[in-house]
Design a protein around this ligand. Structure first.
Ligand SMILES: [Zn+2]
Length: 92
């Protein structure tokens, strides 16, 4: 699959959080900004070139069965509906 890069722009601290989809699934329109906890809005995968060149800090992933078991009910429902979860990327 084509890995899709996206970013979320925080209206409070003006920071863009770069993300990448490592699995197939849906991602939300808003996330809570990792820097300040404010509302960060999706670029809808239409990234300006300058953001495309940045290394993603976070990844959207589909949890496996073991990972799904420890989720909250709300998160489980999100995942069962094809939603991906966000986690910080670990450098290879
Ligand atoms: Zn912020």
């Amino acid at each position: 699959m084509n890995k899709r890069q996206n970013a979320y722009f925080c209206r409070k601290c003006k920071k863009a959080t770069i993300t990448i989809d490592v699995h197939e699934g849906t991602t939300p329109m808003f996330i809570s900004c990792p820097s300040c906890g404010g509302d960060a809005i999706s670029f809808m995968y239409q990234l300006p070139r300058i953001l495309l060149m940045e290394e993603p800090e976070y990844e959207w992933y589909m949890p496996d069965v073991n990972e799904t078991n420890v989720l909250s009910n709300q998160e489980k429902e999100h995942v069962l509906n094809g939603g991906l979860l966000l986690r910080k990327r670990t450098k290879i």
